[in-house]
Design a protein around this ligand. Structure first.
Ligand code: ADP
Ligand code: MG
Length: 253
């Protein structure tokens, strides 16, 4: 069996300049990034360095200006059913209950919706009692749980999170990171999380890619093999890695 058999996604020299009336806006320099199946990567870097652009390209939602993306060995030209994306603004439909929001992706795919599967997904994300409620009755943290449930129920092999918890208070944010880590331990999907929160990057990314410059590029990579382990946040190693990532970020500012 070749090593590439387990490769999930590969960005080959992917770069992007957005066409605008004032001319092209450079957003991302030629970037290489590959993930094995079940691998987790955090992308950190200052605002405007192209993190979201790279994530949207990996989701098949933006076309790169140069380079290309392969998902499981096949060129990625459009959104793929095994790739799920969760954004900061939740993207919930306000006129649908929590349960209907979570079922939505399954329904769009014309898959049978087993109510037990929805129940256990809601319970896993600590919103087991919210199925009948509408999004406006939920806190930000609860809304993001719904968005995660809606993505996870589709059993993605690649989950992309773009600053998912940026608008959420610190303790709730840690709980949500733990929920993502627990979900990952159970399912071992590939994960790319964009964040400018160092602790979030270290909790979730087994590799932490430090981005910078304009147009952005990956300047440095920190290995972090214990990411997603239970209670990692309370260990000395966690603080060591946070410090290492902070140093790399400051060096590149
Ligand atoms: P980040 O997520 O790291 O903050 P982005 O990928 O959103 O960075 O943006 C990188 C650069 O591309 C920024 O200069 C931003 O203004 C620009 N940009 C992003 N999206 C667009 C767009 N749709 N049209 C034009 N410029 C854009
Ligand atoms: Mg962004």
């Amino acid at each position: 069996m070749s090593a590439s058999f387990h490769e999930l996604i590969r960005c080959n020299g992917v770069g992007k300049a957005y066409p605008t009336e004032a001319g092209p806006v450079p957003a991302l320099g030629a970037t290489d990034l590959a993930l094995e199946e079940g691998e987790t990567v955090a992308l950190v870097g200052p605002s405007g360095c192209g993190k979201s652009t790279l994530l949207l390209i990996m989701a098949g939602l933006e076309r790169p200006s140069v380079g290309g993306v392969e998902f499981k060995g096949t060129p990625l030209a459009r959104p793929h059913r095994e790739i799920a994306l969760v954004l900061q603004d939740y993207g919930l439909f306000p006129w649908k209950t929590v349960r209907r929001n979570v079922e939505l992706g399954l329904k769009i795919r014309r898959e049978h919706v087993e109510s037990q599967r929805v129940d256990s997904m809601l319970a896993e994300l600590d919103i087991g009692d919210k199925g009948h409620v509408y999004p406006q009755q939920l806190s930000g943290g609860q809304k993001q749980r719904v968005a995660l449930a809606r993505a996870l129920i589709l059993k993605p092999s690649l989950l992309l999170l773009d600053e998912p918890f940026a608008a959420i208070d610190a303790l709730t944010r840690e709980r949500l990171q733990d929920l993502v880590a627990e979900a990952w331990r159970r399912r071992r999907f590939g994960l790319v999380v964009v964040t400018h929160n160092l602790q979030e990057a270290v909790m979730l990314g087994r590799r932490i890619c430090v981005m910078g410059n304009v147009p952005g590029e990956i300047l440095d990579t920190v290995e972090n093999p214990r990411a997603c382990a239970p209670d990692y946040r309370r260990t000395d190693e966690f603080y060591e890695v946070c410090r290492a990532v902070r140093c790399r970020l400051e060096q590149n500012l």
